[in-house]
Write a protein of this length. Structure first.
Length: 366
């Protein structure tokens, strides 16, 4: 269950906004606030929602599939089942709780669901008030316990990569390597991947989010492997660019430039700087080397219960970093027709700078 201070902070935020309750539908927010770990299989099939009143006992609303799990994992929440659907349950609960202004997560609610909820609210005389980022503000700065979980996920991710890499040989396909990585994750205790594993060899590496194909790996060509796993609810994210056999001069050049950019980006991280500054530091290195137009995406993103969350490190980021935030640092160079290079580590922001969460640097330098 979330720390009582966090729940108090959320309730205080509701009172400041003059909200009687907040309906939490985003899965990672639901887990953070309640400790309930059930996942949604798709955006239109929910394992439940939270109804957190500004005062009183918070509620977890779900169906009979998750009854026992909800009661075991969220002991501080009153579990209510909705055999006739969520809206039918809300129709009885909202008047009973005296809810007149109901906040909802406007960034994570299907429009079709909102339309039905709006009709119900109108019938009950309840005002719907859109809220975005209310729980995310609590999630963005990690506690020491949360940082320890993230670090364990990072270290397991590294161990999986090292084990699988030993068995990679020319002729294996991108798809075979991706399957080997994800199988190894689960065998070593991970829940599964935190995103679909990327294995992109040769020219395919020019696609930052390439989908593994049946293309065989060639000797001497760069192979971009971007992988992450979930362990105890928390995510990791790491990218390595490797070469089977001896790399050519172009690969060596680009790996060295990207590694220099990564180090520059990390060096610019500390509490108080805005998210565009580390991005600028890394981007300037790549630009000075003549490859500025081949680095299009942002430098990094936050990681926690979700593999992509606040804060952002990119050219548009204007929010300050704070101690306890966790971000990726992943510069890249992508040359159409040749391939790409990306290197990605995860760091925790500190008052003085950053703490590197990765410990295996074997594959970062050439």
């Amino acid at each position: 269950m979330v720390a009582e201070s966090s729940l108090d902070f959320l309730r205080a935020a509701l009172r400041r906004r003059e909200l009687d309750a907040l309906l939490i539908t985003q899965p990672e927010n639901r887990r953070f606030v309640s400790g309930y770990t059930a996942g949604d299989t798709s955006v239109n099939e929910s394992a439940g929602v939270l109804l957190v009143p500004a005062k009183g006992t918070p509620l977890l609303l779900t169906d009979s599939r998750f009854d026992l799990q909800a009661m075991a994992e969220a002991p501080g929440f009153a579990v209510h089942l909705y055999p006739r659907g969520l809206l039918a349950l809300l129709e009885s609960l909202l008047p009973r709780l005296g809810v007149r202004r109901l906040g909802f997560e406007s960034h994570y609610l299907l429009y079709s669901t909102f339309v039905k909820l709006a009709k119900l609210a109108s019938r009950l005389g309840v005002e719907l008030v859109p809220q975005a980022g209310l729980v995310e503000r609590l999630r963005v700065r990690k506690s020491e316990a949360q940082l320890a979980k993230i670090e364990r996920a990072v270290h397991l991710n590294e161990a999986v990569f090292s084990e699988v890499f030993q068995g990679i040989v020319p002729g294996m396909t991108e798809r075979q390597v991706a399957h080997a990585i994800e199988n190894c994750m689960r065998q070593r205790g991970a829940t599964g991947p935190s995103f679909d594993t990327i294995v992109a060899a040769g020219p395919n590496g020019a696609l930052p989010h390439a989908v593994p194909s049946d293309r065989p790996l060639g000797e001497g060509e760069p192979i971009v492997i971007d992988m992450g796993l979930v362990l105890d609810g928390y995510c990791s994210d790491m990218t390595r660019t490797v070469v089977l056999g001896a790399p050519d001069e172009k690969a060596v050049e680009l790996i060295r430039i990207v590694r220099k950019a990564q180090l520059a980006g990390m060096a610019a991280i500390r509490a108080g700087v805005v998210g565009c500054e580390p991005d600028r530091a890394a981007r300037n290195v790549i630009k000075a080397a003549g490859y500025g137009k081949y680095f299009g995406h942002g430098l990094g993103h936050g990681v926690g219960l979700a593999v992509h969350e606040a804060p952002s490190l990119n050219r548009r980021a204007r929010k300050q970093l704070a101690a306890g935030m966790v971000v990726t640092v992943e510069p890249g160079i992508y040359l159409p027709g040749w391939g790409g290079v990306r290197l990605e580590n995860m760091v925790a922001v500190t008052e003085q700078g950053y703490r590197l969460l990765n410990r295996d640097t074997t594959f970062l330098d050439v």
